[in-house]
Design a protein around this ligand. Structure first.
Ligand code: DGL
Length: 273
């Protein structure tokens, strides 16, 4: 088995897995959620890097030639170091890809006003990775970030549809649009946020487009595999998905059913570090 590994701090990466599986159902997938240590979004650079590297090593040990960091916080804080410093020592033939670059690429074709907002975890916003990636690709764009520290806990705790979520979503979307009223596109720069989409749309003016990133990440992976047949040929094609979590597996299976719309999830517990 040589599955595609998908990693997130918790459940958020399942929104990425869902889109990738829909587009590329032929491959095998191995999902790892570090639920016991989620959320990552309020943690320091060093800790997110250390935890992410442990997860990547685990997925490599389980046979993944390719790992997608289905987590913006890990993509922002750990991807570059892992690609440049760790991969050459661990195994230069394996690859680790993130979710920020494909999202930054797509936004150039979507925004007409060239003013874009990013809602994400405090770690992703502080890293300014979206500003940097978008500036490289679309230098004419203005990017405004809004950190939403309560959104991931709402999702991880199953409160994304509750009246409590309204307060925190309205507050952050309001702040963002007050900072830059010319914004016509809001990037959901956290893989947990698609679960809050109904609430986000409720507080976003109709003329502002809200973009979850799963579809763009899936398109970008498909394109990557076309451009890299040497990697594509290494991947096994049995259409299976295995789920690993660092927390209690039955809780993971229940929540994963909601994220994936699939009741058949059987998770296994692992330890990292
Ligand atoms: N889903 C992750 C992201 O995309 C973050 C969650 C967390 O704070 O752990 O940023």
């Amino acid at each position: 088995m040589a599955p595609i590994g998908i990693f997130d701090s918790g459940y958020g990466g399942l929104t990425i897995l869902r889109q990738i599986r829909a587009l590329l159902p032929q491959y095998d997938y191995l999902y790892l959620g570090d639920n016991a240590r989620a959320p990552y979004g309020t943690r320091s650079f060093e800790i997110v890097y250390e935890f992410t590297l442990q997860a990547v090593r685990h997925l490599f040990d389980m046979g993944c030639p390719l790992v997608i960091l289905g987590c913006n916080t890990a993509s922002a804080k750990a991807l570059r170091s892992i690609q440049q410093n760790d991969l050459p020592n661990i195994d230069p033939t394996r690859r680790v890809l993130g979710v920020i670059r494909p999202t930054a690429e797509c936004v150039g074709e979507i925004s007409l006003s060239r003013h874009v907002g990013v809602v994400a975890t405090p770690g992703t916003i502080r890293s300014k990775t979206y500003e940097l990636e978008i500036a490289k690709l679309h230098p004419d764009m203005t990017v405004t970030g809004e950190a939403c520290p309560m959104w991931v806990p709402l999702v991880e705790n199953g409160e994304y549809d509750s009246p409590g979520a309204d307060y925190f979503v309205e507050k952050r979307i309001g702040n963002l649009l007050r900072h830059d009223p010319k914004i016509d596109t809001i990037i959901l720069g956290c893989t947990h946020y698609p679960l809050l989409l109904n609430k986000i749309l409720k507080y976003t003016p109709r003329e502002v487009r809200v973009i979850p990133q799963g579809e763009y990440v899936a398109d970008s992976l498909k394109d990557y595999l076309l451009r890299h047949p040497e990697m594509e040929q290494r991947l096994s094609q049995g259409s299976t998905t295995r789920f690993l979590t660092t927390e209690e597996p039955s809780a993971f299976s229940c929540s994963a059913a909601i994220f994936l719309g699939d009741n058949g999830v059987q998770a296994e517990r692992i330890t990292l570090g």
